[in-house]
Ligand binder design. Structure first.
Ligand code: 7TS
Length: 411
């Protein structure tokens, strides 16, 4: 085990998650759909209940006590989120989710694109880091390029180098693939992008919940993630942006809270980070995210990563030993997301039969249709792990797959 890491105690962690005590179809719930959304610990649920029960008020406007308490809690969550990724307070913008964070950059920076400019994404992007760039490029007459993946499901770094040139304005790539579990070398990509004068945007939706992140050490210009995949509530996400870039960008949405002064003729915008946060924000969501970050930091992100690495190695070992199972993505050095298919069986059928056993996995295209066409698959079954998962749950999934074979093929 790497120095400074400690085996986390999944069984005591499980006690903090009320939902893990329930049954599904008469069986104890085994939740392996964490790449879609994570479950929430009592500490997060309580922080939201406490806000609504004790100090619910709008933020940034009231002079009264409740509004001050709500503003203080909401902004202290921003401080936590900033510290979590080693960003500045004013560089940490609250959005609705990773999707909105990526759209904010695509629209605001994308507005500056012109004919002949190039944007580079990869074949393994989630639609939320794909469609916004595709649409902006179509609108602006810019060219969208796709970095290939290799046979193992890793980013082809030679192909990336070949996609970059002096016309490249933006490189936007996922840190961790939500289908393949591939961990992309974001520091190296940042350097390559910057060497040709482009900005580098990281989609951290699948990495922020699972490993230590440091935007300064990555060297990215923007980074996006969602609270709901990291023990926090839905409806709140984060966009990190370098201060000088955010200063130079137009807001994405206009309205209250994002202004300094409005006259009949013109508007002066608020300072960062509020310039990008129009309207009443998701106050309870921000407070819940702060509690989630507190919970994860207590465990330690290195320990979170090591636990999931152990689980994914164990699961890979079990799945790869079955002849009729095709596993997608790298066999080593990957995150806790495993996509697979059983020969001759549709991924939806696998997910449906596992559900009868109380096991939640996802089956489908995982919002990555271009990747599915690259993999020549209509969909995959996907198991994805988090801090509360155990080897026993993976064993239960493997036994349930026997049942899938029995029911659907008589094998
Ligand atoms: N980027 C990646 C890599 C993702 O996996 C997801 C969500 C998003 C962006 C968008 O996050 P959102 O919170 O804005 O929706 N991925 C998945 C998934 O794999 N299954 O459900 C959602």
């Amino acid at each position: 085990m790497a120095s400074g890491t400690m085996q986390l105690n999944a069984s005591s962690i499980r006690e903090d998650f009320p939902i893990l005590g329930r049954k599904v179809n008469g069986k104890p719930l085994i939740y392996l759909d964490n790449a879609a959304t994570s479950q929430k610990p009592r500490q997060v649920i309580d922080s939201i209940r406490d806000y609504y029960g004790n100090y619910n008020a709008n933020v940034h406007r009231g002079i009264h006590r409740l509004s001050e308490e709500a503003s203080e809690a909401y902004e202290s969550s921003r401080e936590k989120a900033a510290r979590f990724i080693n960003a500045g307070f004013e560089e940490t913008i609250f959005t609705k989710n990773a999707t909105e964070s990526l759209n904010l950059v695509a629209y605001s920076i994308g507005m500056q694109l012109g004919k002949g400019d190039e944007v580079v994404v990869s074949e393994m992007e989630h639609h939320s880091n794909f469609v916004p760039w595709q649409q902006i490029c179509l609108k602006k007459g810019a060219r969208l390029r796709f970095v290939k993946i290799d046979k193992e499901g890793r980013l082809d770094m030679d192909d990336l180098a070949g996609c970059l040139n002096r016309k490249t304005r933006i490189v936007s790539i996922t840190h961790v693939s939500n289908v393949l579990g591939t961990i992309n070398p974001v520091r190296e990509i940042a350097k390559l992008a910057h060497d040709c004068g482009a900005l580098f945007i990281v989609d951290a939706a699948q990495s922020a919940p699972h490993m230590p992140l440091d935007v300064r050490s990555i060297g990215c210009d923007f980074l996006a993630f969602s609270s709901h995949k990291m023990l926090g509530p839905t409806g709140i996400g984060v966009l990190y942006g370098k201060k000088e870039l955010l200063d130079s960008m137009q807001p994405f949405i206009y309205g209250g809270d994002m202004i300094r002064e409005v006259t009949f003729e013109s508007t002066r915008f608020n300072e960062l980070p509020w310039k990008f946060e129009a309207g009443t924000p998701n106050i309870a969501g921000g407070i819940g995210l702060g509690a989630a970050i507190g919970y994860l930091e207590k465990i330690g992100m290195e320990n979170v990563f090591e636990h999931e690495k152990m689980l994914s190695e164990y699961a890979l070992g079990r799945l790869l030993s079955e002849e009729d199972i095709k596993v997608y993505g790298p066999k080593k050095g990957r995150a806790g997301v495993i996509s697979f298919n059983l020969k001759g069986i549709h991924a939806h059928d696998v997910a449906a039969i596992l559900d009868q056993e109380g096991i939640a996995i996802r089956g489908g295209h995982h919002c990555a249709m271009p990747l599915m066409s690259r993999l020549e698959a209509s969909g995959t079954a996907r198991a994805s792990f988090y801090i509360y998962n155990t080897k026993q749950e993976i064993d239960a999934m493997a036994s349930a797959l026997e049942k899938v074979r029995g029911v659907l093929t008589g094998r």
